[in-house]
Design a protein around this ligand. Structure first.
Ligand code: SF4
Length: 390
């Protein structure tokens, strides 16, 4: 079992973006001010969460969004130092921040504020692709930003998007090789997915083809695995590659291992375990920044949803998350935390089809199985209609 299964993480959602990308389905808004009022609200939200989780130190902090690189170094520092005062930080803490290449001038400030790991949202090294994705930076800016990130940080990751309509394997290979030539320790190549409520989703509904057909997308995926392996960046999760275990994302590993995390900021999700609630508590903060801020200012609940997951819901989440990582799902941990197990018939069926493997209580997807991860995970969740008590 990954030790991060017992860890506590802090996720900070900074919901502002200079431009809204047409494929994005995150909770994002154009900024109206410098964000200091939102910062105050987040700091108060953290104090409330601390009252619920006070005896635990933080294993990770992650600034996501939105575009947290729109924050100033002082704003980032205020959150990190408050987190250190409230919970205390584990010695090996990872403090990650997702950065737009255009905000390269602030990277050194983020390092001074305490950030240890930067993910640069390059997405592509082809200006035509960047334009079609609606990105507000060019390929040259991305290259400069990655080099600056490598100068400033020991841990740097690059995010890429592939499997666009019109893209062929040779084009994607060129893009991927460009990214690999930087020699970063971590790479996250994501397939473009079209979400219905986005601008791309609306265009697709009108008949426009924006992403690659599924067969070609599978070829892209296999080539990505082979090329990353060849360059020493082994896959450790469906869309994540690292040069070594030390360079894997600890914050994401905490999610996949089923650890607890606090989510602060508009629309942030949180999961905390039985230590405070007798069941796994799933929270979602109000999505609109103004409503989130007003809820805090007036002493109202900051959460639009606050549920205790049933054992079945919790097991389903743990299975879907656990099977994303190459090392697989620890079934004994699943049984201990939820009283449930994966569907053993499905496990046998997929093992015979060479899509899964298992060894004792560990079960994982093979390379072929990872191409069908969503479908297989869904079947392994099985029928949890008979609820088991806690
Ligand atoms: S910068 Fe990232 S979070 Fe913001 S709109 Fe684009 S994809 Fe979404």
């Amino acid at each position: 079992m990954d030790s991060l299964a017992n860890g506590l993480g802090l996720y900070v959602h900074w919901p502002y973006c200079a431009r809204i990308c047409p494929y994005c389905d995150f909770n994002v808004y154009r900024p109206r001010d410098g964000g200091d009022e939102l910062l105050d609200a987040i700091l108060q939200d953290m104090a409330f969460w601390h009252s619920q989780t006070r005896s635990r130190r933080l294993a990770s902090i992650h600034f996501g969004g939105g575009t947290p690189s729109l924050m100033t170094g002082h704003q980032v520092e205020a959150i990190i130092s408050r987190a250190a005062e409230l919970w205390g930080l584990e010695a090996r803490i990872e403090i990650g921040l997702e950065a737009n290449p255009k905000d390269v001038g602030r990277y050194a400030d983020f390092k001074s504020a305490g950030v240890t790991r930067l993910s640069v949202g390059a997405q592509s090294f082809d200006n035509q692709v960047l334009k079609s994705l609606g990105r507000d930076h060019g390929a040259d800016q991305s290259a400069l930003a990655i080099k600056e990130a490598q100068r400033v940080f020991a841990a740097v990751s690059i995010d890429l998007i592939y499997a666009l309509a019109g893209q062929d394997l040779a084009h994607w290979q060129t893009e991927l090789e460009q990214a690999l030539r930087f020699g970063v320790g971590h790479l996250s190549p994501y397939q473009l997915t079209i979400e219905a409520q986005t601008s791309f989703g609306k265009r697709a509904a009108r008949g426009e083809v924006l992403d690659a057909p599924p067969d070609l997308a599978a070829d892209f995926y296999e080539m990505t695995q082979a090329l990353c392996d060849k360059h020493g960046l082994a896959g450790y999760e469906i869309s994540n590659h690292a040069r070594s275990e030390a360079e894997q994302s600890r914050h994401n590993r905490l999610y996949w291992a089923g650890g607890d995390w606090i989510g602060v900021g508009p629309g942030a999700h949180g999961r905390v375990g039985a230590s405070i609630s007798g069941g796994r508590r799933a929270t979602t903060a109000h999505r609109r920044p103004q409503i989130y801020r007003e809820a805090i200012e007036t002493g109202q609940s900051v959460w639009q949803d606050d549920d205790i997951l049933t054992a079945s819901e919790e097991a389903a989440e743990r299975i879907l998350m656990g099977l994303r990582v190459h090392s697989g799902l620890d079934r004994s941990h699943l049984r201990r935390t939820t009283g449930q197990d994966i569907d053993l018939n499905a496990l046998e069926r997929w093992s015979e089809a060479q899509l899964m493997r298992s060894d004792g209580d560990q079960a994982w997807l093979t390379a072929a199985g990872r191409l069908l991860a969503d479908r297989l995970s869904g079947e392994l969740v099985g029928d949890f209609s008979v609820e088991q008590g806690r």
